[in-house]
Design a binder for this molecule. Structure first.
Ligand code: PLP
Length: 427
């Protein structure tokens, strides 16, 4: 079998400083002028997308230089090589989330496509007028719009589990909201704004007891904490490669085999068929049934390399580092005299995502002034307009961490915010 995955060199537990050497982009200096070498990049926009280590970048180069052809099609040597690597990446992913079988691991283009696949394929086949889909008030648009579209097609009703003012699900409301009409509960594992880590085992237990299926939007959890789909007992789970060191353009939809088996294909075309006649077709077996056309071959192999890297660092160490950074960010922001309001629960109860507003500065001004100091954060509604409306704000600033961030960077972020406040006051 071809190998395109070099290994990392450092030991576990890791030192973020030594790990940073694996990430070429983190060496960037920006805003250089004559006689000034600029400022180092402080990348705190990891909830939007993460950066890639050399090992992942090299895996892509290796495939293109040595192993690339279309998969599952050729009888030739090169096609076998790329098919082996593609399937090896599926197996790495299966082990990473502890799925029971490779048939349950579908390569998609990302979380968004995975959720759309379920809404179209499972939704159209199983949901009818009067049925209910239960979401929450903290969902990303990717876990809202596909269900609104399903409601437009079928006449089903979309409902939302409420949240508290500090951004936690009102779990007490769940038993009443789960009715015999609830067909599916679709909920995020970790909010991309609040950082809230939702109590999935309890939600899944109650949903199943009420006869509903559960889809987990795991875009913000799989990259940061251990995921075991069998222990969770979720029915579907979707995530994206680019949020976990992998390339963009690849994601995973996990589904329980019996559900995927019973679902009609989502997209039609090559690869997803067993036979085509002039008057119809028969679908291929899983997982090919849901991988129409040429799949994201190289991104999928790169995702396999990203999983190797994450395994070597260790998800527990990753989670511990992010907790440290989150606590530090809260401390730094609390030290500013700027009317900071945190969106989300106290730091001990959340993932490495710190969203906030300031009395004196709009989120977009915060992000722009931070950028002058080389600090990249996101500002806006972060694809959660209903959540921002619920919290009574139109926009927020968000610093989001990955394990390669350091406490020194969080201090730079704090100093840059202090300077931004001074600049803003002078205006
Ligand atoms: N769900 C959540 C919670 C997210 O944070 C994101 C991306 O930010 C998505 C879904 C959509 O992911 P993608 O754009 O990779 O499909």
């Amino acid at each position: 079998m071809a190998t395109a995955v070099p290994t990392t060199s450092h030991a576990v537990p890791f030192d973020p400083e030594s790990i940073r050497g694996d990430f070429p982009i983190l060496q960037t200096r920006l805003h250089a002028t004559d006689g000034n070498s600029g400022v180092p990049l402080v990348y705190l926009d990891n909830a939007a997308t993460t950066q890639r280590p050399r090992q992942v970048i090299q895996s892509l180069v290796d495939v293109y230089e040595k192993h690339y052809a279309n998969v599952h099609r050729g009888i030739h040597w090169l096609s076998d090589q790329s098919t082996d690597l593609y399937e090896e990446a599926r197996e790495k992913t299966r082990v990473f989330i502890n799925a029971a079988a490779r048939e349950e691991v579908i390569f998609s283009y990302g979380t968004t496509e995975g959720i759309n696949l379920v809404a179209r394929s499972w939704g159209d086949a199983n949901v009818k007028a009067g049925d209910e889909i239960l979401l929450s008030e903290m969902e990303h648009h990717a876990n809202l719009v596909p269900w609104f579209q399903l409601a437009e097609r079928t006449g089903c009703k979309v409902r939302h589990l409420p949240i508290t003012d500090d951004g936690q699900l009102v779990l007490d409301a769940l038993p009443k909201m789960l009715t015999d009409r609830t067909k599916l509960v679709a909920v995020t594992a970790v909010s991309n704004v609040l950082g809230t880590i939702n109590p999935l085992p309890e939600i899944i237990r109650q949903a199943h007891a009420a006869g509903a299926k559960v889809l987990v939007d795991a875009a913000q959890s799989v990259p940061h904490m251990r995921t075991d789909v069998q222990a969770l007992d979720c029915d579907f789970l979707a995530f994206s490669g680019h949020k976990m060191l992998g390339p963009s353009g690849v994601g995973i939809l996990y589904g329980k085999r019996e559900l995927l088996d019973a679902m009609p294909p989502f997209l039609g075309g090559g690869s997803m068929i067993r036979r085509v006649r002039l008057d119809g077709f028969e679908s291929a077996d899983l997982p090919a049934k849901f991988e129409a056309g040429t799949p994201p071959i190289v991104p999928a192999i790169g995702l396999g390399a990203a999983i190797d890297y994450l395994n070597q660092v260790g998800l527990d160490a990753i989670h511990a580092q992010e907790t440290l950074l989150t606590l530090k960010a809260h401390e730094v922001l609390e030290g500013l005299d700027a009317g900071v309001r945190f969106l989300g629960p106290e730091p001990a109860k959340k993932a490495g995502i710190v969203s906030f507003t300031m009395k004196t500065m709009h989120a977009h001004d915060i992000a722009q002034l931070l950028d002058r100091a080389g600090v990249a954060v996101r500002a806006g509604h972060h694809c959660t307009m209903p959540l921002h409306k619920r919290l009574g704000v139109t926009a927020s600033a968000r610093a989001s961490f990955y394990f390669y961030n350091t406490t020194a960077e969080v201090e730079t972020f704090g100093r840059a915010l202090g300077e931004a406040l001074r600049i803003f006051k002078r205006k």
